[in-house]
Design a protein around this ligand. Sequence first.
Ligand code: ADP
Ligand code: MG
Length: 560
Amino acid sequence: MASMLQPQIILLKEGTDTAQGKGQLISNINACTAVADAVRTTLGPRGMDKLVHDEKGNTTISNDGATIMNLLDIVHPGAKILSDIARSQDSEVGDGTTTVVLLAAEFLKEAKPFVEDGVHPHSLIRSYRTASSMALKKIEELAVSIEGKSLEEKKQLLSKCAATTLSSKLIGGEKEFFASMVVDAVIAIGNDDRLNLIGIKKVPGGTMRDSFLVKGVAFKKTFSYAGFEQQPKKFLSPKILLLNIELELKSEKENAEIRLSDPLQYQSIVDAEWNIIYDKLDKCVKSGAKIVLSRLAIGDLATQYFADRDIFCAGRVAEEDLKRVAAATGAAVQTTVNNIIDEVLGSCEVFEERQVGNERFNIFSGCPSGQTATIVLRGGADQFIEEAERSLHDAIMIVRRALKNSTVVPGGGAIDMEISKYLRQHARTIAGKSQLFINAYAKALEVIPRQLCDNAGFDATDVLNKLRQKHASGEGPNYGVDINTGGIADSFANFVWEPAVVKINAINAATEAACLILSVDETVKNPKSESAQGEAAASAMAGRGGPAMRGRGGRGMRRR
Ligand code: ADP
Ligand code: MG
């Protein structure tokens, strides 16, 4: 009773919403599980796709964890962490985005009964961290290096990795076709870190198989004026001039005030304007370039002028395309036409304008520096090509990672099962509660093979039992789910390979996220942000109310 009489201590502003303790932690865990459930079915070669459409009517069909998480627009503060790790996995490694979300949620799910039983989260966190660092060490041990192989062999290994990434995507049916294309593209740009040197151009229509790789640059024909049709459309080893200036007849009198005393002088001003542009064009022609590209407009006069001299020109070329042409052909973008020396001109073996579907493309191939590649993607629906582009991006990232770190691990859940077994064995050697926690961590790792089975319609319990037995016997450390038969198979022998960095990053990020969520025991909602939200809602209401009110007023007026 005495305690009731004590004055209440007010610490936070009125209206502050706090949730704390075990209940809060459990609710965060539940939120994360709910998020993982949203992407669960997309994992693996038999995973399903998600169609997300927003209020603007944009539809996206995707299998990529990061893309889906982005589109989901999660508002739960705890669950947001999962979308963050998916995004960071996407930018770090490019693949394994579903994996990372599933792992994090599974670590939490396994921790939940302990939390409910009153285990202090920090005991769990400590054990999880130990387990994670042991797992990472084990992966590094198990990873197979592809260093020291010949280029041909390397190419084959890399395309296996790319094929594994692509097998879970919409374009999985043509994975070999695209995998070798991706590997060629990545090898073409060499060690350059600039990802945008690989361009992906999307041309709706045709079939996937009509997609092709240009070892060089390709871009859609830009807007052109009359006279363009008379220009030649194919050159062998032409010189290329890149400009960042307008080649148009400008009305110079708009830029300056000109006073005339004699009407006859007017003609001289008009002549001067023409002379300026002719002078510019003449300098371009004299440079010896056969192809003139500009970031800015090339007008009708210039187009005709070039056509008469058998020169090809294109204006309003997108900046990124121009940069890639520059990188590929060795040309430097000019901001003036004075003193164009030979060194600033680029060259390539073949330039041609070619029809692709119902678009015309300017294609530069056989470029001297060779450090660019362009994939021209074909396919039916827009959404399909968009998803194909995202999938290729994943594959490109994977190949680049594999090329850099040059270690691979068996996929299909094989590496996950092997680490799980290793951790279970380790758990048996230690005493105390942490034995249980490390076991929980080990069990959580099995979510990958289990989900692969579930998504393919296999009996997950059956397959997992076989896998556990195989791994425990020590005979098949590389055995994973066989997606074709519903049994188990040697993932290495089946060429289901993943760069080790995908797994390393995924386990690292997922453990960190799980520990982060476990260490939160209180959420405080600032009343200020709530009232700001309230205001926004109120103004939205007013906005909706406004026209309605006016509408009624209007009717009233008419009646009168
Ligand atoms: P993520 O977004 O995590 O990359 P994916 O949908 O791409 O998710 O699925 C990747 C998982 O599918 C990996 O664990 C990989 O080992 C597995 N996988 C890919 N191809 C095969 C295959 N042919 N057989 C078995 N498992 C595969
Ligand atoms: Mg993937």
